[in-house]
Design a protein around this ligand. Structure first.
Ligand SMILES: *Cc1c(COP(=O)(O)O)cnc(C)c1O
Length: 339
């Protein structure tokens, strides 16, 4: 048994999901003729109470399309220092949009309305035009922390007051929704655009959606084509996405429970210095200084457990759909006996 805790992207489609995929009726989505893609887009639109949605191959693409549509070259994008849009998208903010980022030191990945207010440039010719705010919920690099609904509402307010657009990198928004218990429609109200991933905790093999108003999605559809993301018989993938939204949201609570249990075990181990607070399905912990993280990861690998280093002494575990209670017990056993 291989236990893969590197990411929640490692899941394989279940039998039910595969059945849905293989029985999909498909068409050419560049012509707008794939019934499953259209149904998935409509489902996501309604879920968040917006006007339209766009199916894309990855969350990097949905984020980058959003940034492209919301900004002009030379603009400034405000985001947390740990943000995926800044750290893990290949420099896309500048590469694709000719914009730059101003990084904000948030509270474990979460920036506040006051911080946004303080970071907006006045309108002098020589200053960069602040135009977009990107939030990440849950925050990945920061350990799966999530925003409260009130925090998101305050951020929306400060953006509207200052004529900024606000985008949500919601690669793991369903983890936040399940844990915090806020309705998706209320989340939708807080943002001009939302990116969601089907290929993370929801267990689909491929796919993300960009959600917003009609005019925004019309522009996004053009940019998707330019970025090479126009897909043809994408309904096989969209069928997996529909299955994921229908079946795999509520069960994320199990992933959170297992993550918290695993964190409690990690707390009890002498060779672990600290564990970041676990709010959803991501566990980041720091090994004691005397432990070499590469050796530690190799020892886990020798015992069929895959994990990734997260800088310096930090290791990340992510729980997911294919991580069972038996696997949890096995990981705990290995950790208690590793030396
Ligand atoms: C995974 C992830 C994305 C998108 O990643 P892709 O691999 O391109 O789908 C975006 N934002 C966050 C926070 C992520 O964790």
């Amino acid at each position: 048994m291989i236990i893969d805790l590197r990411s929640d992207t490692v899941t394989k489609p279940s039998k039910g999901m595969l059945d849905a995929m293989f029985s999909a009726q498909v068409g050419d989505d560049v012509f707008g003729e794939d019934a499953n893609v259209n149904a998935l887009e409509e489902k996501a639109t309604n879920l968040f109470g917006k006007e339209a949605a766009l199916f894309c191959p990855s969350g990097t693409m949905t984020n980058q399309i959003a940034i492209k549509v919301h900004t002009q070259p030379g603009d400034e994008v405000l985001c947390d220092v740990t943000a995926h849009v800044y750290n893990y998208e290949g420099g896309g903010i500048s590469y694709n949009s000719g914009a730059q980022a101003k990084l904000i030191q948030g509270d474990r990945g979460r920036i506040s309305a006051e911080q946004i207010q303080e970071s907006i440039n006045p309108t002098y010719d020589w200053l960069t035009n602040t135009s977009l705010v990107c939030l990440e919920n849950t925050a990945n690099r920061a350990g799966g922390s999530y925003y409260s609904l009130q925090q998101m509402q305050e951020l929306n307010e400060v953006c509207r007051k200052n004529n900024l657009t606000i985008h949500l990198d919601g690669a793991r928004i369903f983890n936040a929704i399940v844990e915090a218990g806020y309705p998706p429609i209320k989340v939708g109200n807080c943002f001009d655009s939302i990116s969601i991933c089907l290929s993370k905790g929801l267990g689909a093999p491929v796919g993300s959606l960009l959600i917003g108003d009609k005019e925004f999605i019309r522009k996004a559809r053009r940019v998707r084509k330019v970025f090479g993301g126009g897909m043809r018989q994408a309904g096989f993938l969209a069928a997996a996405g529909i299955y994921a939204l229908d079946n795999n949201i509520d069960r994320l609570a199990e992933d959170h429970l297992r993550a918290k249990q695993l964190a409690a075990t990690l707390h009890s181990l002498s060779f672990i210095d600290n564990v970041l607070p676990v709010e959803t399905n991501i566990i980041i912990f720091n090994l004691a200084a005397k432990i070499n993280p590469e050796v530690f990861i190799q020892k886990l690998a020798d015992r069929n457990i895959k994990a990734v280093g997260f800088g310096k002494q930090a290791i990340r575990f992510v729980t997911h759909l294919d991580f069972t209670d038996d696997m949890l017990a096995q990981v705990e056993l290995v950790l208690k006996n590793i030396n």
